[in-house]
Structure formats: structure tokens, C-alpha cells
Design a binder for this molecule. Structure first.
Ligand SMILES: [Cu+2]
Length: 153
């Protein structure tokens, strides 16, 4: 009986973890199933400072989707941060590349692409980007980006 109840506890823990992960990804804002959206970040691994986010949009036939309006929003996983916004422009092949995006702090980020298609359909696609490298003091100082001293990470 002792063994059995330990198994139950384990099951309960797994169930809670599963629910937690499911809640973390807000399914309501994901792209319609007939579109695939992927995000790529340069430099990789990501670090504090200027970065380029490439949003690739394809339809259900894997054909590039052109003529969309795309904006990228970056948020950190903790509260109280000013989001970072950048417009992304089509560079061909369904790839939209941001101009002027910048990671203002090291840590865990969430990138969201807001897409409006040529026909007016709009949706969002979010991806977690954990562990952006940089100063993790969270001092909100956006003026100093030339200090990339590695403090033992
Ligand atoms: Cu932060």
C-alpha cells in the first residue's frame, strides 16, 4: 500500500507539471493551423544588445506567405519590464526580418510575432527564448551595452 500511494503522488506531480506547461503556452494566440510561423534569432545564442528576429510564414502547402504586416514584440518572463517592439519587413521567401530589435536585458524572453495577412486575417505566434545572455542584474539600465564581461556564466 505504501508503494501504491507513492505512485499516486508521483502521478499527481506529473499531472500538475503537465498542466503548468500547457498553461504557459497560450494556445489562444497561436497561428491558424493552415499557417506555419517560425522565429529565428541572430546572433545565436542570443545576447543583450541589438538582435535580428526572422519570422518565417508559410501556408499549408509550405509556400512562402508574402504581403503580410509583421511586428515582433519581446517580453521577459518576469513582470515590470518594458516590452521591446520592432517591425519586420519582407526579405523574400516568406521571411520577415526585424529592424532595430534589441534585447535590453539578459534572462528569459518570450518573442511574439503579430501577423496581419494581406487579406486582413491576423494572428499571433509566440515562442520562448530562455537564457538570453548578458548582465542579469535587472537594473533597467539600457544605456550601457558595451560591457559583455562574462561573470562566470
Ligand atoms: Cu528583465
Amino acid at each position: 500500500m505504501r508503494q501504491f500511494s507513492r505512485g499516486l503522488v508521483l502521478l499527481a506531480v506529473v499531472a500538475v507539471l503537465t498542466v503548468g506547461v500547457a498553461c504557459g503556452r497560450s494556445a489562444s494566440s497561436e497561428a491558424p493551423s493552415n499557417y506555419q510561423v517560425t522565429l529565428a534569432v541572430e546572433p545565436s545564442p542570443a545576447a543583450v544588445g541589438p538582435a535580428t528576429v526572422t519570422v518565417t510564414i508559410r501556408d499549408q502547402d509550405n509556400a512562402p506567405v508574402t504581403g503580410a504586416t509583421v511586428e515582433v514584440e519581446g517580453n521577459m518572463s518576469h513582470a515590470g519590464m518594458k516590452p521591446v517592439f520592432a517591425d519586420a519587413h519582407h526579405q523574400g521567401d516568406g521571411q520577415y526580418v526585424t529592424e532595430g530589435f534589441e534585447f535590453t536585458m539578459g534572462g528569459d524572453w518570450i518573442l511574439t510575432a503579430r501577423v496581419t495577412l494581406a487579406d486582413g486575417t491576423s494572428f499571433e505566434h509566440s515562442e520562448d527564448l530562455p537564457g538570453v545572455h548578458g548582465d542579469d542584474k535587472h537594473n533597467g539600465d539600457h544605456g550601457d551595452h558595451d560591457d559583455h564581461e562574462d561573470a562566470g556564466h
